[in-house]
Design a protein around this ligand. Structure first.
Ligand code: 5GP
Length: 205
């Protein structure tokens, strides 16, 4: 990896069912400079989800105690469960020079923007409401009631897209992945991300 001063932080948000998790997994698979911060949640694991890989699944009391200890960069209540990004996880990855993805909801994104204004916000949009609705239904991991709540929430979440730096439409996974990669690459090419490299280069000239 080219030496960077510190990794960039990319906030990636979307209404649920937009394909955000699939896109993030693809990015991680193909980019060794990139890491995702594993969040804490009080939501029970879905089938196939592993503790410490997809989330740190913790009881509500533990989560509330972490809030009191100010262990979170941001935290929010999403669909009745707590979700949060731990400061320690982000600092560790950032210190190692990785670019970090925070796959979080719009409430969390707003908190991170305030605390870390240099972070780069990306909002992923579905091509249409109808496509989002059919993707959520075909996922079949959630009850009808949860799907209805998520759709009702989607309009509010998509309205927040105006507060993000970049908008990516996920109509075709390959195109959306390439768009995300361009954003990440351009973040890496910023002068602020290459200060150490530039200084070292000049010292040895
Ligand atoms: P899910 O339960 O489907 O995994 O996630 C529900 C929502 O919570 C998604 O929008 C997801 O991005 C968001 N989320 C996941 N982790 C975090 C987190 O650490 N903080 C916040 N604010 N939202 C999160």
């Amino acid at each position: 990896m080219q030496q960077t001063q510190k990794g960039n932080i990319f906030i990636i948000s979307a209404a649920s069912g937009t394909g955000k998790t699939t896109l993030v997994s693809r990015l991680l698979k193909n980019n060794s400079d990139l890491r995702v911060s594993v969040s804490h949640t009080t939501r029970p694991p879905r089938e196939g989800e592993q503790h410490g890989v997809h989330y740190h699944f913790v009881p509500k009391e533990n989560f509330e105690s972490l809030i009191e200890q100010k262990a979170f960069l941001e935290h929010a209540n999403v669909f009745g469960n707590y979700y949060g990004t731990s400061i320690a996880a982000v600092n560790q990855l950032s210190g190692q020079g990785f670019d970090i993805i925070l796959e979080i909801d719009v409430q969390g994104a707003e908190q991170v923007r305030r605390t870390l204004p240099e972070s780069i916000g990306i909002f992923i949009l579905p091509p249409s409401f109808e496509i989002l609705a059919s993707r959520l239904k075909s996922r079949a991991t959630d009850s009808e009631e949860i799907i209805a709540t998520r759709l009702a929430q989607a309009h509010y979440e998509i309205e927040q897209a105006f507060d993000f730096d970049y908008i990516v439409v996920n109509e075709d996974l390959d195109v959306a992945e390439a768009d995300l990669l361009h954003i990440i690459r351009s973040g890496r090419l910023k002068k602020s991300a290459q200060q150490t490299f530039l200084t070292n280069l000049l010292e040895n000239f």
